[in-house]
Design a protein around this ligand. Structure first.
Ligand SMILES: Cc1cc2nc3c(=O)[nH]c(=O)nc-3n(C[C@H](O)[C@H](O)[C@H](O)COP(=O)(O)OP(=O)(O)OC[C@H]3O[C@@H](n4cnc5c(N)ncnc54)[C@H](O)[C@@H]3O)c2cc1C
Ligand SMILES: NC(=O)c1ccc[n+]([C@@H]2O[C@H](COP(=O)([O-])OP(=O)(O)OC[C@H]3O[C@@H](n4cnc5c(N)ncnc54)[C@H](O)[C@@H]3O)[C@@H](O)[C@H]2O)c1
Length: 586
């Protein structure tokens, strides 16, 4: 999203003069244009009197305001088409927003329909506020770590924080980013329609708000993208009271700091909140269904993460158990009671009492009420909308539902903000008849704990399976942050990086990093995978010294193929010899 926001600013600075992609005829009308074409049809000058409105500010309207009605008419007149819009996007989270920006750039006339708040989960209840909490609490942790500071000759007095101040930082940031997103859409002439949308047909959508006859309407579009996202998944037997038993939706408000909190689930949300809570003085107990913590991570990285993020902090854990029953409490008066049941035997094994309980057991698609039956589609058993590799929605028989696409959390392929946005861009490319398939194995992921964990591609366990099945030798290269000058200057030598690659072809299968700024470091690897760079190419990249990026430099240089490959990229020259810390390569 940040990237698309930056791109928006850039485009605005350039005056949004002309579409930078799409068929030459798809030139987007801009304020300064005197004549323009849309989908090949010339827009008469008389209509162009309205064109500035397309590129100008557009307010959210309760009903189809005259301005929106006019632009819909304009779109029809312009294209000679029978549709109000080229593209309607249902849901305006980061996925819908990314798709809308790209569609405008491709010259499409676009509307988004949003039922709750612009920016969706990521901006209002996810990435953005959680990273604000992590930033503030991380600062508290750092400043309270006297040993760490003393090792650099720094002394600090007592460090205090204001809980409400931290909570406000998160809320204010969400509000700011939400406003930025809205303005970026308005400035590009995207119509923002408010209401819950449902299909009437493949190319016809109705929207409105319950109990509000003044809100809503019906629009038609040549293509429709479903981008309705997800909501917290709460297992049966767990009543959410929003005070003592809650999901991330409530936790992000940081309304109070319990002395002791149980976190059900040790995935991304569980880990990031354990980082926030322990930094601010709360003790944590993890309850994890699988036999080990962080089951989604590469095993070696999870073991190191356990040492760096769990041990030495006020955290204990129960693994292989589920919270079969949770009874809410009353803050300061009555504890929350959690019954633990063995995940495999289903026998009750324990009962714990805590001040609060955060349920972080995954997310469920928000696809209710879309009336998918009207387009002969149905969700899968878990509520996700099935799609093919072009993000086209599939019906119950696996056939493409014409003109309907689904991106982001709602299709369940990869529940990350940047994945939603990338899928949106991919869907728009396909809508514009430029076949595009997103390589999901090149999408990076990061957990913003202190230190951070990041990865791209497959885990070592999966790579070993692939090597066995496909009969190739797996290469494993590893480096440590302990050998990196920049990390040592920061007294942050804890961490490692690992690369998995094919020893025969040099193909990079996965890269995993845990350590300072791992979330930023992963992109060299993810971009290499996306662009098909191989070990024998990437090891000639040059990295500034001293930077953390040299952790990856050493990782790439430490990879060895079975047989020397012919040549490397012509423009690269082997880096000048510089002392390289020892690198372990399998
Ligand atoms: C606590 C937390 C932290 C996270 N941190 C990160 C992170 O650091 N990095 C990361 O990559 N990901 C993170 N995520 C995941 C990320 O938020 C999601 O992957 C992302 O928001 C998905 O985007 P989306 O556009 O698919 O859906 P959403 O952001 O959920 O947006 C969907 C929108 O559609 C609207 N909508 C739904 N149904 C309808 C309808 N019928 N009509 C009209 N509108 C409708 C909703 O109101 C919503 O605004 C985090 C999630 C959580 C919960
Ligand atoms: N930094 C990030 O990118 C980031 C941060 C937060 C959330 N997210 C996204 O949000 C989504 C949801 O995050 P999450 O942490 O809730 O889900 P998750 O899938 O990452 O982890 C859920 C964990 O809960 C465990 N679990 C499930 N049911 C359980 C039960 N009944 N009892 C005990 N344990 C149980 C699972 O084994 C798993 O370890 C993720 O898919 C992720 O993509 C991303």
């Amino acid at each position: 999203m940040a990237a698309s926001m930056a791109a928006t600013q850039q485009r605005l600075a350039l005056g949004a003069k002309q579409a930078t992609c799409g068929p030459a005829a798809w030139v987007r009308p801009a304020k300064t244009t005197v004549s323009a074409k849309r989908n090949g049809a010339v827009i008469p000058d008389v209509i162009l009197g309205c064109v500035p409105m397309l590129a100008g500010s557009r307010r959210v309207t309760a009903s189809r305001a005259p301005q929106q009605a006019r632009s819909a008419v304009l779109a029809q007149a312009a294209s000679g088409d029978k549709f109000d819009y080229d593209l309607v996007i249902i849901g305006c989270g980061v996925g819908g927003h990314g798709a809308a920006l790209h569609a405008v750039e491709c010259g499409l006339k676009v509307a988004v329909i949003e039922g709750h708040d612009i920016g969706g989960t990521c901006v209002n209840r996810g990435c953005v506020p959680s990273k604000a909490l992590l930033a503030a609490s991380g600062r508290v942790r750092e400043m309270r770590d006297k040993t760490h500071l003393a090792a650099m000759g720094v002394q600090v007095g007592a460090v205090s924080f204001d809980r409400q101040g931290i909570a406000s930082h998160a809320k204010d940031l969400a509000t700011t980013i939400q406003g930025n997103l809205r303005r970026s859409l308005e400035a590009l002439g995207v119509d923002i329609l408010i209401g819950q949308a449902k299909f009437v047909g493949n190319q016809r959508v109705r929207y409105g708000l319950p109990g509000r006859v003044d809100v809503g309407g019906e629009v038609t579009a040549r293509d429709v993208i479903i981008a309705t996202g997800s909501v917290p998944f709460v297992p049966p037997g767990i009543p959410i009271d929003g005070k003592t038993v809650f999901t991330s939706d409530h936790a992000l408000k940081l309304e109070w700091l319990p002395n002791w909190i149980a976190i059900i689930g040790s995935g991304y949300i569980g880990l990031e909140f354990s980082d926030v809570y322990t930094a601010l003085g709360t003790e944590v107990t993890f309850i994890e269904a699988v036999d080990n913590l962080m089951p989604g991570f590469d095993r070696e990285i999870a073991r190191l993460a356990q040492r760096l993020l769990i041990q030495g902090r006020p955290i204990d854990y129960h693994t292989g158990v589920i919270a079969s029953k949770v009874t809410p409490g009353v803050p300061g008066v009555k504890p929350v009671v959690i019954e633990l049941t063995d995940f495999k035997t289903k026998e009750k094994v324990d009962e714990i009492e805590v001040d609060a309980c955060l349920v972080a057991t995954g997310r469920a698609p928000y696809t209710n009420g879309l009336n998918l039956g009207a387009i002969s589609a149905a969700t899968d058993r878990r509520g996700f909308v099935p799609v093919n590799e072009k993000m086209q929605v599939l019906d119950t028989l696996g056939n493409v539902v014409p003109h309907v696409y689904c991106i982001g959390d709602a299709n369940g392929k990869y529940m990350l903000a940047h994945a939603a946005s990338a899928q949106g861009i991919s869907a728009v490319e396909n809508i514009c008849n430029r076949p595009h398939v997103l390589n999901h194995l090149s999408i990076p992921a990061a957990c913003f704990t202190h230190p951070e964990v990041s990865f791209v591609g497959v885990t070592q366990e999966k790579a070993e399976e692939m090597a066995k099945e496909q009969g190739f030798k797996l290469g494993v290269s590893k480096t440590s942050f302990k050998g990196n000058s920049k990390a040592l200057a920061e007294k942050e030598g804890d961490g490692m990086a690992k690369m998995l690659y094919r020893k025969d072809t040099g193909e990079i299968l996965g890269v995993h990093i845990i350590g300072l700024h791992a979330a930023d470091l992963i992109h060299e690897a993810s971009n290499a995978i996306a662009t098909g760079q191989r070990v024998q190419d990437i090891k000639f990249n040059v990295h500034a010294h001293p930077t953390l990026s040299e952790v990856l430099d050493e990782l790439f240089k430490g990879a060895h193929l079975d047989a020397p490959q012919n040549g490397h990229a012509a423009s690269t020259v082997p880096v000048a010899a510089k002392p390289q810390p020892a690198v372990a390569a399998a």
